[in-house]
Design a protein. Structure first.
Length: 297
């Protein structure tokens, strides 16, 4: 009985295939662009990509803050035409001869449009001069290697020398495994530069974006004088499953979210993306930094 049924199904399938071959190919009259729509991964709301980007890549339904490229973050934060990049051509080596590491770096450079996972420089924010650093999670999950550590260190040294505040947007998976112990050494290196910046009496503000984890959380991301986070972003050191297996306890549902860390004193404030630029300017104003009137807000 089953053999007869199988023969019938196969015969019908072959007939359908023959009909498709006989029919002329029809081209679709409607060509839907690939990036026409955005579906929120949190609430499932579908909106036009143009509207989503106009809202600074924030879901209007659930307030989901999508990850940004460094160019997008910079345009939302700095006054137009005021950004001067530091160490734009700096690239790293392969300190532990990790297989295909150089090839991976070159591919990321072409894809993201920068030499490494962080961009640093000097800019104005509502007229207040500062040094800014922006990590881009699209570049190897913004993992911290030797170049990332060196660029952050140089940025803090410049800020200390010129008596400028430092604002650092973090978004990282942690230390870069392809550089082994060299990547872990950046934790101490950047922390030392932050200490010297602090001794110079200058302000350091960290903005924790999605995600901020691993060795980045355990070093420069946690050392800000003021620690800001975007809503509901992931912030932590080890992964949730690793922690649960270690302590043998069930963690809260909101564990390692910005709101959980605010409640427990790790984060000073949660600021929505639409208010971030204004908030940073107010913080610099409260710390008595001068405003350059010639700047365009």
């Amino acid at each position: 009985m089953l053999e007869d049924l199988f023969k019938v199904v196969r015969a019908r399938f072959n007939e359908d295939e023959e009909e498709k071959k006989e029919q002329p190919e029809q081209s679709d009259d409607i060509n839907i662009p690939k990036d026409l729509l955005f579906k929120c991964p949190r609430c499932g709301t579908v909106v036009y990509m143009e509207d989503f980007e106009r809202n600074r890549k924030v879901c209007a339904s659930c307030n989901y803050h999508a990850r940004l490229r460094w160019q997008e973050r910079l345009s939302m934060t700095a006054d137009p035409g005021t950004f001067t990049e530091f160490d734009a051509g700096m690239t790293g080596k392969n300190p532990i001869d990790f297989p295909d590491y150089e090839k991976k770096i070159k591919a990321m450079q072409q894809q993201v449009g920068t030499k490494e996972a962080i961009v640093t420089g000097e800019c104005l924010i509502h007229g207040y001069r500062c040094v800014i650093g922006i990590m881009d999670s699209h570049f190897m999950m913004a993992s911290m290697g030797s170049v990332v550590g060196e660029k952050i260190t140089r940025a803090f040294e410049y800020a200390a020398e010129h008596k400028l505040p430092m604002i650092l947007f973090t978004a990282s998976g942690g230390a870069r495994m392809q550089e082994g112990i060299v990547s872990l050494m950046q934790m101490a290196k950047t922390s030392g530069a932050i200490a010297r910046h602090n001794q110079a009496g200058q302000l350091y503000v960290t903005v924790l974006c999605d995600p901020t984890t691993g060795g980045v959380t355990a070093s420069f991301a946690s050392l800000g004088d003021i620690i800001i986070a975007e809503p509901k972003v992931l912030i932590g050191f080890a992964g949730r499953r690793v922690i649960q297996d270690t302590i043998k306890q069930q963690l809260p549902d909101d564990f390692q979210t910005a709101e959980f860390l605010l409640e427990n004193g790790f984060v000073d404030m949660i600021v929505e993306r639409t208010m971030m630029r204004r908030t940073l300017a107010r913080i610099m104003k409260l710390h008595d930094y001068p405003k350059e009137e010639r700047a365009k807000s």
